[in-house]
Ligand binder design. Structure first.
Ligand SMILES: [Zn+2]
Length: 577
């Protein structure tokens, strides 16, 4: 689960999207012609008539999964055994089928834990050299599943934001060959001013204030690999990254990754971050100026700048491999043909396990992150089995591993799907749920990206509620939970978050409870079930997710990405095949 970090004014929330088209349509019947009876399966159940969401069940699952006995649910631990067994038992009890075609409820996810030994990073220009200290100045790693990886006097090239985005007519490389070089990049999207108002960002280029995937650090390393670079170093800036350098510093401990067939040798040798301070010094050493280069980098005319400086670093790894598991169950669709098409619900079961003690407590229980989302997934699954008949298409309930390690379980499913993604209509993800009572709204992170928004507007509208976009699209939260791996592969994916306008509470209550969680419980041993939890809002949100999945599974057409979405081209290509 991502932390809801700051306190930006609620400008985007002014945009209120109300109204259920479905309700409006219900009263529009006119003329004497009797309505044709709908085919048996062409049902559309009003949200109030869907099988009930039992919030006591959600609480009970959450308490079990977040109990000390489950040891914080780290992949590869005893906590994983207990969690996976618990989920499989629950799915069996509901009478759901095994979700894997091998007849099990499990998908093995091969992971490698990589712990880099501390090492300095050295920049050289002629006789001059600058030595960056591990962790204080530089955080770096290799994803190569190998004993070590090096940069040996690799030439440094500043490539601006390092972006190639054909839909925005943007290419920071301009055909320059960067093979074997080390790329120095800025984080986030190029901030392109709006031609009609220079104080704002151009909404037509990289989504304006909202971050696109080109802005994420993971993209930076991926494009470096595609270009054949030896290394990629990102200059950290707190604002554009969305978090301070100490979040990056947590990566000096063991990090997990998927074991790919090429043992990740297709990635660049060394991936890392340097502090802004060191970035400035490096550019100065190269006879350049950080601010001037950053300004140039925000233009389409930017060209790579060779720095005349080399980078050297050797990282030695400690490796351990484990098989973790995704848990998957299936409700088979009722239509003989359409049952081979799918709607997926996801929620990550893993959390941080046992770690450094805080106030004498070393178990990171992860009640909100994400025992409760997993519990919600179980409860939606149970509710689906209570429908008078299943929807036409099949529903998959996928609880993934290693979200906390970089969305790895969902990444594995998205690159090795059990059912074709071209026949997967949507993913609906739960990472955290509202524990503070009823809200008048529900937030969709990444609002405006796909037709799933209209499903959410309809379903919430039937409850008399509204949908709001997330308040901080510039932080790229949409790219930070499991649904993103579906989006990246082209599948429309919904990333809902708790509303902020609480019924009967002061206007700032929603912001306060989010901030309180971020400050006091997020990724801490204190993320436990609290006596004052009120799940009445979660019940309504889960109803919305239930209705969306049911309706997509019945729909006459696939949900689509909206024009301008960076995922639309991929989906279109996939569906053309
Ligand atoms: Zn988390």
């Amino acid at each position: 689960m991502r932390a809801a970090t700051n306190h930006r004014a609620r400008t985007r929330w002014a945009l209120t999207l109300a109204v259920s088209m479905a309700m409006a349509g219900a009263t529009a019947c006119s003329g004497p012609k009797p309505p044709e009876p709908a085919p048996a399966q062409d049902r559309r159940i009003p949200i109030g008539q869907l099988p009930a969401i039992d919030i006591d069940e959600v609480l009970a699952h959450t308490k079990t999964l977040s109990s000390d006995a489950f040891e914080g649910r780290a992949p590869g631990s005893k906590g994983e055994e207990l969690t996976v067994n618990y989920l499989v038992d629950q799915f069996k009890k509901m009478g759901l089928e095994p979700g894997n075609t091998d007849g099990t409820y499990l998908q093995k996810v091969p992971l490698v834990g990589i712990t880099p030994a501390p090492a300095p990073l050295v920049f050289r220009k002629g006789a001059r050299q600058s030595r960056l200290q591990w962790k204080d100045d530089v955080v770096a790693w290799t994803k190569h599943v190998a004993q070590s990886a090096s940069l040996a006097d690799s030439e440094l090239v500043f490539v601006g934001y390092g972006v190639v985005a054909p839909e925005y007519n943007w290419d920071d490389y301009k055909g320059v060959d960067v093979k074997g070089k080390t790329l120095l990049m800025l984080v986030n999207d190029p901030p392109v001013p709006d031609p009609s108002n220079a104080s704002e960002l151009d909404p037509k280029t990289f989504g304006g204030k909202a971050m696109t995937y080109y802005g994420r650090w993971t993209y930076k390393y991926e494009i470096g690999a595609q270009k054949g670079a030896a290394g990629v170093l990102i200059i950290h800036e707190t604002g554009p990254a969305g978090y301070p350098f100490d979040v990056v510093q947590s990566k000096v401990s063991e990090q997990f990754d998927l074991v790919t067939p090429d043992r990740n040798m297709g990635r660049v040798s060394i991936e890392g971050w340097i502090t802004l301070d060191q970035g400035r010094k490096l550019l100065k050493m190269a006879g350049q100026d950080f601010d001037a280069l950053k300004k140039q980098a925000a233009t389409r005319d930017f060209k790579p700048v060779p720095l005349g400086v080399t980078a050297s670093m050797t990282i030695t790894n400690k490796l351990r491999t484990i098989d973790s598991r995704n848990v998957i169950a299936k409700l088979e669709g009722g239509d003989p043909t359409l049952k081979q098409e799918y709607v997926v619900y996801t929620a990550h079961w893993d959390h941080l396990g046992v770690g450094p003690a805080v106030d004498g407590d070393s178990i990171y229980n992860g009640a909100e992150d994400n025992a409760i989302g997993t519990a919600g997934l179980l409860e939606i699954a149970r509710a689906f089995t209570k429908l008078p008949m299943p929807p036409k298409r099949s529903i998959l309930f996928l609880s993934v591993t290693a979200e906390e390690q970089g969305l790895l379980g969902s990444q594995y499913y998205s690159v090795a799907p059990i059912y074709p993604l071209s026949r997967t209509l949507a993913d609906i993800n739960m990472d955290g749920l509202n524990v503070h009572g009823r809200t008048k709204d529900l937030i969709l992170v990444g609002f405006g990206a796909s037709d799933l928004d209209e499903y959410a507007i309809d379903a919430a509208g039937e409850q008399g509620r509204v949908i709001h976009p997330d308040a901080e699209p510039e932080k790229g939260f949409y790219y930070r939970s499991d649904h993103f791996n579906f989006a990246k592969e082209g599948v429309p994916a919904l990333d809902p978050d708790a509303g902020i306008e609480y019924v009967g509470k002061p206007a700032d209550y929603g912001r306060r409870v989010k901030d309180d969680y971020t400050e006091h419980r997020y990724h801490k041993p204190s993320d436990v079930v609290l006596p004052d939890w009120d799940l009445s809002g979660a019940r309504e949100d889960l109803k919305v997710f239930f209705a969306i999945g049911d309706r997509v599974a019945q729909a006459s057409k696939y949900p689509e990405w909206k024009p301008g979405s960076e995922f639309r081209a991929k989906r279109e290509a996939m569906l053309r095949k």
